[in-house]
Design a protein around this ligand. Structure first.
Ligand code: 0X9
Ligand code: ZN
Length: 307
C-alpha cells in the first residue's frame, strides 16, 4: 500500500504505479509517455472501472511540475490509491469517466531537490542553458507552453526561476504534457494540475485578467472543491481566475489545457503557508493529501453532474 509517512523518490513513484497495474490488470493501465531531459521515464496511469467501454470522458490529472513542491506528487499518488484501492466507494467517479494521471512531470528537478539542502528549493527542469559565459539550468515548465508564451509573468533570463525557455516547448517534459492533452482533447473534460503552495483553486485565464467564456462553470467546480474542504477540515481555499486572485503568468499548463479543449482546467495550490512553505513535514503529509482528495473528489462529482 501507499505510504503517506514519507516522500517518494521518482523511482518509487514509478514502481508504485507499475505495481498497481500488475495487481489490477483489468482496471489499471500504465503507459510510458516519454522521457525527461536526463532520460528519466515519464509514465501515466489510467484508472478505469474495468467495464471495457472505450471512448469515455476523461479527467486528466498531473503533479510534480515544480521540483520543490513535494506535496504535489504525494497528493496525486493518494488520488490514485483512492481510485484503485477504494474502488467500491469511488465507483461513481469512474462510471462515465477514465482518469489519466501523470504523477511526476519533472523528475529531473524532483531528483535534484532530493540531493541536499542547497538544492531543496529547485523549481525548474534541468536542461542547461547558456547565459553569456555562465550556464544556468532549466526552464520553468509552467511558463513553457505555447499559448501567449513568454508574455507577462515569465522571464527571458535563463537564470531566473520563471524562465520561459528559449522557445515554447523547449523542454521534453512539457512536450509530453502537450501531446497527452491533444491526444485526450476530444474526450477530455477536466484538466487538474497540482502545485503548492497557498491554498488556491485557480482557473483561466492566467495570461490576462479577462475571464473565459464559461467562467461560471469553472467557478462552480472550483467553489465546490473549496466548500467541500472547508466543511471537512476548516481549511480555506481561495478560488478564482489565476490573474485575478494570484498573479498574471502566461505560458502555464492550465491555460494551455483550456485552450486545447478541456472545458474545466484548474491549478490547485496545496497548503504550506507560514513556515512550512514548500516543505510540509512528513508528519503532515497524510493530513494534507486526505484533505486534497476531499476537494478533488467533490470537484469530480460536480463535473460529472455538469458535463
Ligand atoms: O506560478 C505558477 O506557476 C503557479 N504557482 S506556483 O507557486 N506553484 O509556482 C501558478 C500558476 C497559475 N496559472 C497561471 N498563471 N496560468
Ligand atoms: Zn508550482
Amino acid at each position: 500500500r501507499l505510504s503517506t509517512e514519507r516522500y517518494y523518490t521518482h523511482e518509487e513513484i514509478i514502481n508504485y504505479i507499475d505495481d498497481l497495474a500488475e495487481r489490477f490488470p483489468s482496471r489499471v493501465y500504465v503507459r510510458t509517455v516519454g522521457w525527461s531531459y536526463h532520460k528519466r521515464v515519464l509514465k501515466t496511469i489510467t484508472v478505469t472501472n474495468g467495464d471495457g467501454r472505450s471512448g469515455k470522458k476523461v479527467i486528466f490529472l498531473d503533479g510534480g511540475f515544480h521540483a520543490r513542491e513535494w506535496i504535489s506528487p504525494a497528493a496525486v499518488l493518494y488520488v490514485i490509491d483512492q481510485l484503485v484501492e477504494q474502488f467500491e466507494e469511488n465507483a461513481h467517479l469512474l462510471k462515465d469517466y477514465d482518469w489519466v494521471i501523470l504523477p511526476m512531470v519533472n523528475p529531473d528537478g524532483y531528483e535534484h531537490t532530493q540531493t541536499g539542502t542547497l538544492a531543496r528549493m529547485w523549481r525548474k527542469t534541468r536542461q542547461p542553458y547558456k547565459s553569456g559565459t555562465t550556464t544556468c539550468y532549466g526552464a520553468d515548465p509552467n511558463r513553457n507552453f505555447d499559448f501567449h508564451w513568454n508574455e507577462e509573468g515569465a522571464s527571458s533570463n535563463p537564470c531566473a526561476d520563471t524562465y520561459a525557455g528559449p522557445t515554447a516547448f523547449s523542454e521534453p517534459e512539457t512536450i509530453v504534457v502537450r501531446d497527452l492533452m491533444h491526444s485526450l482533447s476530444d474526450r477530455g473534460v477536466m484538466y487538474l494540475t497540482i502545485h503548492s503552495y497557498g491554498n488556491y483553486l485557480l482557473y483561466p485565464w492566467g495570461w490576462t485578467s479577462d475571464l473565459p467564456e464559461n467562467w461560471e462553470d469553472l467557478d462552480a467546480v472550483a467553489s465546490t472543491g473549496a466548500e467541500a474542504i472547508k466543511s471537512a477540515t476548516g481549511t480555506e481555499y481561495t478560488y478564482g481566475s489565476s490573474t485575478r486572485v494570484l498573479y498574471i503568468a502566461a505560458g502555464a499548463s492550465d491555460d494551455y489545457g483550456y485552450y486545447a479543449g478541456f472545458n474545466i482546467s484548474i491549478t490547485m495550490e496545496l497548503p504550506g503557508a507560514g513556515s512550512i512553505g514548500f516543505n510540509p513535514p512528513v508528519t503532515r503529509i497524510d493530513e494534507f493529501v486526505t484533505e486534497t482528495w476531499i476537494g478533488i473528489r467533490a470537484m469530480a462529482e460536480k463535473l460529472i453532474e455538469m458535463y
